[in-house]
Design a protein around this ligand. Sequence first.
Ligand code: ADP
Length: 287
Amino acid sequence: LSNGDTTKNWDIDKSAIRLEQLLGDGQFGIVYRGTYTDKGGNKQLVAVKVCRAEKESQDISAINKYLLDEAYTMQQFNHPHIIRLIGICTEGTVGAWCVMELAQYGELRVYLIREKASIDLSVQILFSHQLASALSYLHERQFIHRDIAARNCLVATPQCVKLSDFGLSRQLEDEPIYTSSYGKLPIKWMAPESLNFRKFTTKSDVYMFGVCVWEILSNGIKPWQGVRNHEVIMRVERGELLEQPPNCPKAMYDLLRVMWMIEPKFRISMQEVANFLEHLLEEIDHG
Ligand code: ADP
């Protein structure tokens, strides 16, 4: 990792990592649960993203770059609701490994579906608030995530979720980011200006986060089920919104609506979203 934190050495020997169980198969990386034994002999459970090309004969250097870019991004953050980088392995065999903090309960969307019966409104708002604080932290540092969705959030404990998957995230200089290809973009989560002009800003992150909160309030149902992507684009342009989930309080749906304003400048900021959710949480806990 170049020009990052020079006070910490992020290099880990592959021999210090034991890969144990396949956790997930991503676009660029294959993620394993594993154990990391540090130089002092302390053991720690970790998640290890292994370069995909190690398994298949793909372009290793391109995938390695993607993996290291993501690690470089993660390395800059220090927040209780953002998955931490522990280190990287680059020596030896071909592909790089990205070693991260393990979120024991796995993907948020899967968790929401599985634990539907035990997740009430206060937990839904707790999770939403934690993720809002993580995104607000990123935005303060001029980072935009660009791929906010329940599938990219992980559950550390039944009371703690973390933002993950920084593969698409970028640091904004001054100008918004314009993406050149639609490739694998998450159409059903995207803001109208991202759909139309491929424009990404902190305000498009706010819009996407609204869809993510909608997924949380809907127990892991995907947005626009059964609707084709091009149809979603037309509906969003006409100002159509995802429906108010059952049991979603009016105050929460009002919040979603200000996150989904067509005009980015009318959307509230991530900091305001986090403040709003914090108050709502206090009200629920004391009422
Ligand atoms: P990609 O970005 O290449 O698509 P992901 O980051 O989505 O790969 O990882 C694939 C899967 O691995 C995730 O859906 C998740 O289930 C699992 N995973 C990733 N990181 C962690 C982690 N830190 N803790 C637990 N599970 C993880």
